[in-house]
Design a binder for this molecule. Structure first.
Ligand code: NAD
Length: 438
C-alpha cells in the first residue's frame, strides 16, 4: 500500500520504519527540517532499540521518502497516519495546534484529489476531537464531507518508548474507531497479520480507550509504589508481596472488579482499607491514592443518590439491598446507605432483595439491623413486582433472572431506571422506560 505518515516523532518514525519493512511504500512528513534531513540520510531522528538499523535498511530499500509537502504526500498515497504531537498545556488541556494545522492542510490537499483517501488519526486525542475538531477542518478545506471521496477514522496507538518496535509488532490490542467500512477494510489489510484481538468500535470509544488505558497504567504504578512504601515502613519485602499479588490471576490480575457499577461495600473492603490507611498514617506514610479510594467510593455513592433525587421523584424502588448479589450481608452496603438517605429525605421507599429476609437473619447481620436500621424491615417486599409498580424511580442493584423478567414485564414509559448492574438487553430495555441514568 502507498502510505503517508504525518509527524515523525516516536510514533511516526517507528510506524514509518515498520510499514516500509513490511513492504509498503511510505512517505514521511514533518515540519522539522532536521528530522527530514536525518531520515534522508538513513539516520533515525529518535533513539529506540533496533530503530537505527531498521531506518537505515528501509531508506536504503528505496521504499521511504520524506517531505514537508502535505499535498504531495496526500496525492502520493492512499492512506495517511496522523502522528503529530498533542502535548499538554500548563493547565492540563490539550494543545491541538499541530492537529488543527494538519487538518487545514490535509483538507486543502484533498480538495484537488479525485481518488479515495483514508486518514487515520493515531495521535492521542480526547473524545470528540476527531469528530469535533479535526474532521470539520478537513471537510471545510476539502469542500466536501467525509464519506465523499475520503474517510477519517481513529486508531489508538499502544506502543511504548523503549520497546516500540516490539510493541508495534505485538500490540496488546488492535482497535479501529470508524464509521466507514472502507476505512476498516484498509486498516485490516495493513494489520491483519497481528495476533492480538482486533476490534472495531465508534470513534469516541476508541479515543476514550487510550485515556482509560494510560490512566489505568498510571494507577497501577502508583498503587504498587504506595504498597511498597507501606511495606518499607513495616520492614516487609514489597517485592515478595507484590509478586504474590500478581500471582492471583482470578481476582487481582484479571477482569474482576473492572466494570463500572456501584460503590463497593461489605464487611471486608471498607474495613480493611481503613485499617491499612490507619497503619500508614501511624508510620507517617503518605498514600494519596489509597486514601483517595475511600473518597472516590463515597463520591460514587453520592452520585447515585443525586441521580435519583435529581429526577424529582417521590417514590423509589430498590431492587437489591445487600452489598452484592447472592449475600444477605448488609454491613456497609452502599445500597442500604442510599435507601436510608431516601428515607431521610422523606421519599417513599420500597425494597426487594431475595437474600435479605429480615425475619430469617441471624448473627452479626441481625445485630446490625436491630441496632443500626431497625426500621428497614417495614420497607421490604417479598416480591419485586410491587416495588416496580409502586415506584417512580427504580434503582437496580440485582441482575437476577427474576428481577430482569419483572422489569421487562412491568416497567412503564414513565419509569426512570438507575441501572447499577449493566442489565442484559440494556438497549432493548432502554426503549421501554424513560431512561437509564447510569
Ligand atoms: N511516544 C509514545 O510512546 C506514544 C505512544 C502512544 C501514543 N502517543 C501519541 O502519539 C502522538 C505522537 O507522539 P510522539 O511521541 O511521536 O510525538 P513527538 O513529539 O515525538 O513527535 C511529533 C512530531 O510531529 C511533528 N509535527 C508537528 N506538527 C506537524 C505538522 N503540522 N505536520 C507534520 N508534522 C508535524 C513534530 O515536528 C514531531 O516530529 C501524541 O499524540 C502522543 O500522545 C505517543
Amino acid at each position: 500500500m502507498r502510505i503517508s505518515i504525518f509527524g515523525l516523532g516516536y510514533v511516526g518514525t517507528v510506524s514509518l520504519a515498520c510499514l516500509a519493512r513490511d513492504g509498503h511504500s511510505v512517505i514521511g512528513v514533518d515540519i522539522d527540517p532536521g528530522k527530514l534531513a536525518m531520515l534522508r540520510e538513513g539516520r533515525s531522528p529518535i533513539i529506540e532499540i533496533g530503530i537505527r538499523e531498521l531506518v537505515a535498511d528501509v531508506v536504503a530499500s528505496g521504499r521511504v521518502e520524506v517531505t514537508d509537502d502535505v499535498a504531495a504526500a496526500i496525492h502520493g498515497s492512499e492512506l495517511s497516519f496522523v502522528c503529530v504531537g498533542t502535548p499538554a498545556r500548563s493547565n492540563g488541556s490539550q494543545d491541538l495546534r499541530a492537529l488543527e494545522r494538519l487538518g487545514v492542510e490535509m483538507g486543502r490537499a484533498l480538495a484537488t484529489k479525485r481518488a479515495g483517501h483514508v486518514i487515520v488519526v493515531r495521535s492521542t486525542v480526547l473524545p470528540g476531537t476527531v469528530a469535533g475538531v479535526f474532521t470539520p477542518l478537513v471537510e471545510t478545506h476539502a469542500g466536501r464531507r467525509r464519506g465523499d471521496g475520503f474517510d477519517i477514522c481513529f486508531q489508538p496507538e499502544f506502543l511504548r518508548e523503549g520497546s516500540s518496535i516490539r510493541d508495534y509488532d505485538a500490540p496488546p490490542l488492535s482497535v479501529i474507531g470508524a464509521e466507514s467500512e472502507h476505512a476498516v477494510h484498509q486498516l485490516r489489510q495493513l494489520f491483519d497479520k497481528l495476533s492480538c484481538h482486533s476490534v472495531v468500535c465508534d470513534i469516541r470509544t476508541a479515543e476514550m480507550l487510550k485515556y482509560a488505558c494510560n490512566a489505568f497504567h498510571a494507577l497501577k504504578i502508583s498503587f504498587a509504589n504506595e504498597v511498597g512504601r507501606i511495606c518499607q515502613a513495616l520492614d516487609i519485602d514489597a517485592h515478595a508481596v507484590m509478586d504474590l499479588v500478581c500471582m492471583d490471576t482470578q481476582l487481582n490480575i484479571s477482569t474482576a472488579y473492572l466494570k463500572p457499577g456501584f460503590a463497593f461495600g461489605g464487611s471486608c473492603l471498607p474495613k480493611d482499607l481503613r485499617a491499612l490507611l490507619h497503619v500508614a498514617a501511624r508510620r507517617d506514610v503518605d498514600v494519596p491514592v489509597l486514601s483517595g479510594v475511600r473518597e472516590s467510593n463515597e463520591t460514587h455513592l453520592r452520585h447515585g443518590i443525586h441521580t435519583v433525587l435529581a429526577t424529582g421523584a417521590t417514590s423509589v424502588g430498590m431492587l437489591g439491598l445487600s452489598f452484592k448479589a447472592g449475600t444477605d450481608d448488609l454491613r456497609e452496603s452502599p445500597l442500604l446507605s442510599m435507601a436510608e438517605h431516601f428515607v431521610g429525605k422523606g421519599l417513599k421507599v420500597r425494597i426487594y432483595d431475595p437474600e435479605v429476609n429480615v425475619s430469617r437473619l441471624v448473627g452479626a447481620n441481625r445485630r446490625y439491623i436491630d441496632q443500626t436500621i431497625p426500621h428497614i424491615g417495614s420497607l421490604m417486599c417479598a416480591e419485586p413486582g410491587p416495588v416496580i409498580d409502586e415506584s417512580e424511580v427504580l434503582v437496580v442493584g440485582l441482575r437476577t433472572p427474576a428481577v430482569v423478567s419483572e422489569l421487562i414485564a412491568r416497567c412503564r414509559q414513565d419509569h426512570v431506571v438507575v441501572d447499577l448492574v449493566n442489565l442484559p438487553n440494556r438497549e432493548h430495555l432502554r426503549g421501554q422506560y424513560r431512561g437509564v441514568c447510569w
